[in-house]
Design a protein around this ligand. Structure first.
Ligand code: PHE
Length: 342
């Protein structure tokens, strides 16, 4: 019996010396020392022995087990320190290597920053955020919002028409989403739609062919001008601080009745009058009004039951006012010397 143990031990040690990785070591450990391993198998045979013989065999078995376990432990620590040494060799730093500067980390465009901040505000008031096509149908951009073909109001917005596509325009405003939203989501409706707009402008410091707007639409039973002013005031305070006031003055837009021109207290002079607000104390930042019944009808909403308001503001203009940017063309220029300032 004793011989069996010696043989088992020799086999185990031979196998152990051939092991060169920690994974192989684990496999061998299971094979020799595991619950169903060779050693456990031999231990079972002990049970069949008796008296002195059993005692001797037991002692031998335990010695053998201790020796094999010690050999495994020694092998493991040898393998571990070898792999640490290999790691260290690999991690050696070559101080003569040329320096590759890390890529500079980018940031959001200032227009996107303002857009996201307004999305946060409006979603917190239960508005959904919508987007729509920049190449828009003439219908949604104009006709649906109460500007039929050949109506003089079309002259308010110089439009890019598309060669060979008589019914398509580059959307001139985000108001193209008003009827899309009503048709897609019905009532009650609370949505904002930020997006790029395009106008066929002769560009200069105040005019650009591409700019950003944010549209807002609310439709429900019993919506009044008071709700509109409340929402616009909340927005103005979010943008320019808690002391900001809103002033609404009549202005014509075909898709609202009554329509207003919305102004906020000049944040620079706090309403005293300065260069930024042209001495008026007010900054013009949005158009708004109660949605015209014709527009509700186009959206499939019954104007005898529902009312609503809409507003549109120029995100590009907000950014210009906020940072005192004197030439709108910087905003779409992609010029890093400009963009890196924000
Ligand atoms: N669409 C208008 C513009 O581009 C702004 C506006 C939107 C006015 C909604 C009233 C209501 O000038």
């Amino acid at each position: 019996m004793k011989q069996v143990w010696t043989q088992l031990k020799d086999e185990a040690l031979t196998a152990l010396s051939a092991v060169s990785t920690l994974d192989a070591l684990d496999l061998l450990r299971v094979d020799v020392l595991g619950r169903k391993g060779k050693l456990a198998g031999a231990m079972k045979e002990l049970a069949a022995l008796e008296g002195e013989e059993k005692k001797e065999a037991g002692v031998a078995a335990n010695e053998m087990k201790t020796a094999v376990e010690a050999a495994f432990a020694a092998k493991e620590s040898a393998l571990r320190s070898a792999s640490r040494a290999a790691d260290l060799a690999r991690e050696r730093v070559d101080v003569t290597e040329p320096y590759v500067p890390p890529m500079p980390r980018g940031h959001l465009h200032p227009v996107t920053q303002i857009q996201e901040s307004l999305e946060d505000l409006f979603t917190s008031m239960g508005f959904m955020v919508m987007s729509g096509p920049e190449l828009e149908s003439d219908y949604y951009n104009f006709t649906a919002v109460n500007v039929p073909p050949n109506h003089p109001a079309r002259d308010m917005q110089d439009t890019f028409y598309i060669a060979g596509q008589p019914n398509q325009v580059m959307r001139t405003h985000t108001s193209s989403l008003q009827v899309r939203a009503m048709r897609a989501y019905g009532t009650p409706l609370r949505m904002i739609a930020p997006g790029r707009c395009f106008r066929n402008e002769a560009t200069d410091v105040r005019h650009e062919h591409t700019f950003h707007q944010l549209e807002g639409v609310v439709v429900d039973k019993g919506i009044t001008l008071g709700h509109m002013k409340g929402v616009l005031e909340t927005m103005a305070k979010h943008l320019y601080g808690p002391d900001t006031e809103v002033r609404l003055r009549p202005k014509f837009y075909p898709f609202v009745e009554p329509g207003v021109n919305g102004e906020v207290t000049c944040y620079l002079c706090k309403g005293k009058g300065c260069r930024l607000c042209k001495k008026t104390g007010w900054l013009e930042v949005f158009g708004a009004g109660m949605i015209h019944p014709n527009v509700l009808v186009e959206g499939g909403v019954d104007p005898d039951v529902y009312t609503g308001f809409a507003f549109g503001l120029g995100l590009t203009r907000l950014v210009m006012l906020k940072y005192g940017i004197d030439d709108i063309r910087w905003l779409e220029s992609g010029d890093m010397r400009f963009l890196n300032q924000f």
